[in-house]
Design a protein around this ligand. Structure first.
Ligand SMILES: [Zn+2]
Length: 453
């Protein structure tokens, strides 16, 4: 069996891994590149393998950097099935058409403003392409073993990162070898998600390294959030929380409601301004057995959050001047409705902007948390006067200590470990740490490298 690294190398986006033998090809994750222009440009390069020759795809989870290229793959000739857990499937029904819509909007915007190099900028794929891709999806239960491609047996186990997220175990019958892909790995003590299930067996492990060189702060997110919100409300400001529609948005809404119920912050309106996050929240409530919150706790979010669905409501919300909390996507402020709020709120020192998770280099979120004095939004520069926070302890990724502890919980003795899904420095640090702690043979692969497994 061969393993080829088609993406997610030296970066946390564009995750794509290809397993193959003489007769078949199985793609594990099919992510889009996000972040700096150089990376995003890679989305436009022809897929490194002819899509029509791939027999099936399996997904670790729904985040766009793991699933977002699927509509383009189908558009370019992929004919097989796409397998994932039920919750991942549900979330992809929301995320992929939205990604298509955004691609179309971006192309139209670039055409109107004339800042594209092309006379007629085309979207990478459309909302219609996304719906086409969704017809290829098949849901699978955790721990159920399927054979998506002859000779390749696949099992999903919970990874604790977001709803439906999994580690993907692939057993190749012919060679009797098992390759395990960690996918994105969650926290040992997340507010909402249960910890990732230990991996018991792997001949080869492909491990993420988003926080390979960093530890999360030990601070209690409750206290930190309570202080920021109370301080901002006291000076009559608005707290804006850019959040990933899936995962962090629900965590933030729950924390805010709990703080209010405990009288740790003043009562004020809470708005969720992202149609996608609203639908993701509905899925999150429906799948409450897959996370820590019971129905009553989900209800607390649902009853007390004002969902902002239409564009008119969104514009109206942007005109508000009294203390309130706005949760809006996207999480790295790279697009979506949050941009309009940033333009209104950043220039005023009464307001606060709270990020809650990894900010990929080159994104607006990254510039803001690193103290930029101004940021460019929709072609214009906006001064940053508002207070900017990044609550690291709210990340949906385990840091290196958590991942090492998690790996030590299984009975693992892999012959080889490949480190993926990290900035170069983070991946290399993770490589060294795994070798030091377990004595494993670890390596950071090159992009497009193919290895025998
Ligand atoms: Zn993810």
């Amino acid at each position: 069996m061969k393993l080829r690294f088609l993406g997610g190398v030296g970066t946390v986006t564009g995750s794509r891994h290809l397993l193959s033998d003489d007769n078949h090809r199985l793609l594990v994750d099919c992510g889009m590149y996000q972040g700096v222009k150089n990376l995003r440009r890679r989305n436009w390069a022809p897929f490194p393998v002819e899509p029509g020759t791939i027999n099936a795809v399996v997904l670790t989870h729904a985040h766009i950097d793991h699933s977002g290229y699927l509509p383009a793959l189908v558009k370019n000739g992929f004919k097989g099935k796409i397998y994932c857990t039920n919750a991942t499937h549900e979330l992809c029904k929301v995320l992929l058409p939205d990604a298509g819509y955004l691609q179309e909007e971006d192309a139209k915007y670039a055409f109107r403003k004339g800042f594209s190099k092309h006379d007629h900028p085309e979207p990478l794929f459309t909302e219609k392409d996304a719906h086409e891709a969704l017809k290829h999806f098949e849901s699978v239960h955790y721990h159920e073993t399927i054979e998506p491609v002859k000779g390749f047996e696949v099992t999903f186990t919970p990874a604790g990162h977001i709803l439906g997220s999994s580690c993907v175990h692939v057993h190749h019958r012919g060679s009797d070898r098992t390759v395990v892909f960690s996918g994105d790995v969650g926290r040992q003590n997340d507010v909402i998600m249960r910890p990732p299930e230990p991996i018991q067996k792997a001949d080869v492990l492909v491990c993420e390294s988003t926080y390979g060189d960093r530890l999360h702060e030990d601070s209690d997110p409750d206290d930190e959030l309570a202080e920021i919100i109370s301080k901002t409300a006291a000076r009559g400001g608005i707290v804006l929380m850019p959040a990933f529609a899936v995962g962090r948005a629900q965590t933030l809404l729950y924390l805010v409601q709990r703080l209010m119920a405990q009288h740790k912050i003043p009562k004020m309106p809470v708005y969720l301004n992202s149609p996608m996050a609203i639908r993701a929240t509905e899925i999150f409530v429906r799948h409450h057995k897959e996370h820590r919150l019971d129905q009553a706790q989900c209800q607390l979010i649902d009853d007390n959050t004002e969902y902002v669905r239409t564009v008119d409501e969104s514009i109206e919300l942007n005109a508000k001047r009294y203390p309130c909390i706005i949760v809006s996507a996207s999480g790295m402020a790279s697009g979506g409705r949050v941009l309009h709020h940033l333009k209104t709120l950043l220039p005023n020192n009464r307001n606060s902007v709270v990020f809650a998770g990894f900010q990929a280099p080159g994104t607006r979120g990254d510039s803001l948390v690193n103290g930029a004095g101004e940021v460019k939004i929709h072609g214009e520069y906006w001064p940053v006067k508002a207070e900017i926070y990044n609550i690291g302890s709210l990340s949906a990724h385990g840091d290196y200590r958590e991942i090492l502890d998690w790996l030590s919980q299984g009975k693992l003795s892999p012959q080889k470990v490949y480190i993926s899904h990290g900035e170069s420095v983070a991946s290399d640090e993770m490589r060294k740490r795994l070798r030091e702690r377990f004595g494993w043979d670890t390596e950071v692969p090159d992009l497009f490298e193919e290895v025998d497994v």
